[in-house]
Design a protein around this ligand. Structure first.
Ligand code: UDP
Ligand code: MG
Length: 317
């Protein structure tokens, strides 16, 4: 039996690019259907992430024109990761295999062919990995490299240069659904799912239209989420640092007592101030990092829904 494929595509205020890229997604589906690779029930599945422009109207219009389009609309803007998870969770009930991809045409859709080949050979997860980062700014390339290295050091397993372009089988998505966390860093969670995986290389181009929704602040937030959601090493490091500081202060106390008896005091104001400043700063930093985790725990204990579907669009058959 040919598998039913859903291309899951989160869209947030993408009215500029959607009319350009939607046909390329449709072409891919129709080409694969014609080749007998996937079932005719396969869909280009849009997730409208609470757009404030005409994105949802465009999606509904596409759905009315071709049965291979379908979509859901979230009740408000929930962010890329949540929108993607929402789409995947909805899709897993309807299909055998999903491929998640951004709607801006940056990721080469033709890599899907090779992903499907791996799926048919028994892989449940296939990672799309960028062959190079030529189209990125120097800053983005450098910071991404540092971030991946840092994650590795912190014991978080990630696939280097893999964003959210990946194939996942319904079985792998069932497993992912068991991860109940609210702070999402999908590419880090997926590696914890396991099963047989493969990697496919592709070229990433520049956005075809519209502008990026990942300014520096959002990128930093995602990076911080990646670290704090998947690793408790920073807390261990703080503990280790605390032990080191304690040992140091014991030495300091002994030193001051000896100095007192040798009566060589009064001088040393500068070093005193320096020490106080240093430890004041270090303590606030450490409390801050611990606070980050407590904040996460607070949000997780609320167990709020990670996405809410407000509307659906599909061709009636
Ligand atoms: N996106 C979304 N919700 C958001 C922000 C972005 O669904 O709150 C979608 C967006 O429409 C796109 C994908 O996530 O399909 C990646 O966003 P973008 O291309 O702006 O990020 P970049 O490629 O610049 O990192
Ligand atoms: Mg993009």
């Amino acid at each position: 039996m040919t598998p039913k494929l859903y291309l899951v595509i989160p869209c947030y205020n993408e009215e500029a690019v959607l009319p350009v890229t939607a046909p390329t997604f449709l072409n891919k589906i129709e080409e694969l259907v014609a080749a007998g690779e996937i079932s005719d029930q396969s869909r280009v599945f849009f997730v409208n992430d609470g757009s404030s422009d005409n994105t949802w109207e465009i999606i509904k219009n596409l759905v009315s024109m071709n049965k291979h389009y379908a979509g859901i609309s979230l009740s408000r803007n929930m962010g890329h990761q949540n929108a993607l998870l929402g789409g995947l969770m909805e899709a897993k009930e309807l299909c055998d295999v999903t491929v998640s991809i951004d709607c801006d045409g940056q990721d080469d859709i033709n890599a899907v062919d090779e992903m499907l080949k791996h799926y048919k050979k028994g892989c449940d997860i296939v990672y799309g990995v960028r062959a190079s980062r030529k189209t990125d700014t120097k800053f983005k390339r450098g910071s991404a490299h540092l971030f991946y290295k840092l994650l590795e050091k912190l014991g978080v397993q990630t696939v280097y240069n893999h964003a959210d372009y990946r194939l996942m089988s319904a079985r792998a998505l069932e497993a992912l659904a068991e991860f109940k966390e609210v702070n999402l860093y999908l590419r880090g969670m997926v590696t914890l799912v396991g099963f047989k995986t493969a990697t496919v290389y592709y070229n990433r181009t520049v956005r075809l239209a519209g502008k990026s929704h990942y300014p520096l602040s959002k990128m930093l937030k995602l990076a911080l989420n990646g670290i704090t959601s998947l690793s408790v090493k920073p807390i261990h490091l703080i503990t280790a640092f605390g032990i080191f500081v304690m040992a140091l202060s014991v030495v300091g106390i002994i030193w001051s007592v000896i100095s007192y008896f040798l009566s060589s005091t009064v001088a040393g104001w500068a070093s005193l101030v320096a020490i106080i400043c240093f430890f004041g700063g270090a303590q606030i930093l450490c409390i801050g990092v611990i606070g980050e985790y407590i904040g996460k725990i607070y949000m997780e204990t609320k167990a709020r829904p990670r996405y809410i579907v407000a509307d659906r669009a599909e061709a009636d058959e």
